[in-house]
Design a binder for this molecule. Sequence first.
Ligand SMILES: [Zn+2]
Length: 285
Amino acid sequence: MSDNNDKHAELPLTAIPERAVNKTDSTTEPKPPQRVLCINAHPDDQEFTVGGTLAKWARGGTQVITVVITSGDAGSNEHTEATMTKTKLAEIREVEQRNACAVLGVQETVFLHYGDGTLQPTIDLRRDLTRLIRKYKPDAVVCGDPTARFYGNSYMNHPDHRAAGDAACDAVFPSAGTRFIFPELLAEGYEPHQVARVFLHGSEKNDAWVDIADTLEIKCRALKQHSSQLGDWDPVERMREWAAEEGKEKGLAAAEAFRVMILKEETLQAEGKREEQPEYAEAEL
Ligand SMILES: [Zn+2]
C-alpha cells in the first residue's frame, strides 16, 4: 500500500484526472469563447437550442463555425410533400441552414452529409469531427447532451441527437488532443488541439445560463429560415416560452441553459487583446 501511495505522490497533480469536480461558476454568465464549433445532427437543431447564445456571442466578436452532420433529408412527417426526393430536400435544407447561420452571424457552415434518421456514433464520424476540431482549433464546442434520453413524458430524444452528442464529446476528448489517436489526421497535417470548454444543450443537469433577452428575436428570425420544416408555424411564442422556462431558475426573462464541461483552465486574454474581431454580416433576407 505504501509503495502505491509513494508512486502517486511523485505524480504531478496535472497527471491525475479529476473526477466529480464541478468547476463551473453558476452565479455568473460563462465568458464567451473566442472561437466555437457548434456541432448538431440536423439543420434547425442549432436554431431551436442555442440560436440566442450564438447570436449573442457572434455580436460580441466570437467566431462561430457551424457543423451539421446530416442534411436533414428525412424531412418531417408533417411538412414534407410526397413528391419530394431526399436529394432535393437535402439541397433545400442546406440552403435554409446557411440562411439561418447568416442571420445568427455564423462565419462558416460545414455539412458532413451523413444519412438523416440513422446516425450512429461511429469511428468514422468521430474522426470527421476530430479533423474539424483540429482544423478550426476552437476553445469551445457546443453540442447536445448525449445522455438526455427522455424529456418529461412526451418526447424521446431523437437517436441522431444522441449519436451526434456522443461523437462530438468523444472527438473533443480524447481524440482531438491526443497525437496518436487517428494518426492518419497527423499525416493530413492536423496537429492535436485541446478544447477548453464543452457547452452541452438539452441537458437535465444545467449549471450555466446565457441571457438571450437581446437576441431572442434574432433566434426566431434564424429559425424561420427553416420553412420546409416549419410550414406556416410561427415559432416566436413557443421560443419565448422556452426561453422563459430556461431562465426561470436564475430569474432571467429569457435564457438558454447549458451543462458546461471545463476540460482545460483558460487564461482568457484581456478584452482589448482578443484576437482580431471577426466581422459578420447581417443576412439580407
Ligand atoms: Zn434534430
